[in-house]
Design a protein around this ligand. Structure first.
Ligand code: CTP
Length: 220
């Protein structure tokens, strides 16, 4: 693979968490930092790709000039951006930690403290990878992530099929040093007919491994 390996290719990536508002000052979110998604974006850009990065709220910045960022906050906004950009993408990587549910009602004023208990009703968000998987165009290659605590392989395989993905990057929370809040990650890449396990490494090196395998599958 060289610095021109992905020349003329457009890569669409989602990264970071989504924030689902409860009222003007509160939201439901998660601990995703966006590091894995941004590392992938830099790695594709370094190999000549044009990168469309749809990013939830994060504290990191993209370095490469070839990365075009569409900042979003909620899952609905992320879906709208991805849907618009997907038709032009050769490869789509869903690295975002999308909130599965959002508050049914968003209060227009700050919710004041009252009783001892407060119940917030949640409704399901769109599954962006699954929705786009249904309209995947011929030749488009798609990659998802799965974070699992039990039955890791079986759950990842189910997601591969349900979301019509070509590849799924499995992080197990049982591996020390892997997952949220770490600069390192230990992944297993699962495909329909192959499983490739990698050692614990820096997220930037994990990104290289993922991009290398995507290159082999799309150019091999
Ligand atoms: N994903 C997505 N939209 C969602 C939820 C997940 O695009 N609303 C994508 C993620 O970016 C990731 C993959 O789907 O690539 C798997 O996400 P995960 O949260 O592990 O899977 P879920 O289908 O939400 O399953 P569960 O939370 O029940 O394990």
């Amino acid at each position: 693979m060289t610095e021109n390996s992905f020349k003329d290719k457009t890569i669409l990536l989602t990264a970071g968490p989504t924030h689902e508002p409860i009222d003007p000052v509160r939201f439901i979110g998660n601990h995703s930092t966006g590091k894995m998604g941004y590392a992938l974006a830099e790695c594709f850009a370094a190999r000549g790709a044009k990168v469309q990065l749809v990013s939830g709220p994060v504290n990191i910045k993209a370095e490469s000039q070839s990365i075009n960022i569409t900042p979003v906050t909620t899952a609905d906004e992320m879906y709208a951006a991805v849907k618009q950009l997907a038709p032009k993408a050769d490869i789509i990587v869903y690295a975002a930690a999308v909130a599965d549910y959002r508050p049914k009602m968003v209060a227009d004023k700050k919710i004041k403290k009252s009783g001892d208990e407060l119940t917030i009703e949640l409704v399901k968000n769109v599954d962006i990878a699954a929705a786009l998987g249904k309209e995947k165009k011929e030749g488009q290659f798609s990659v998802g992530f799965a974070l699992e605590t039990h039955n890791e392989s079986a759950n990842a395989r189910e997601k591969l099929q349900k979301k019509n993905l070509d590849m799924i990057v499995l992080n197990s929370l049982n591996d020390p040093g892997a997952g949220f809040k770490h600069d390192t990650n230990k992944v297993t890449i699962i495909e329909k007919d192959a499983t490739t396990a990698f050692e614990l490494k820096q997220k930037t090196e994990v990104a290289e491994d993922i991009v290398n395998l995507i290159w082999e599958r799309t150019h091999g």
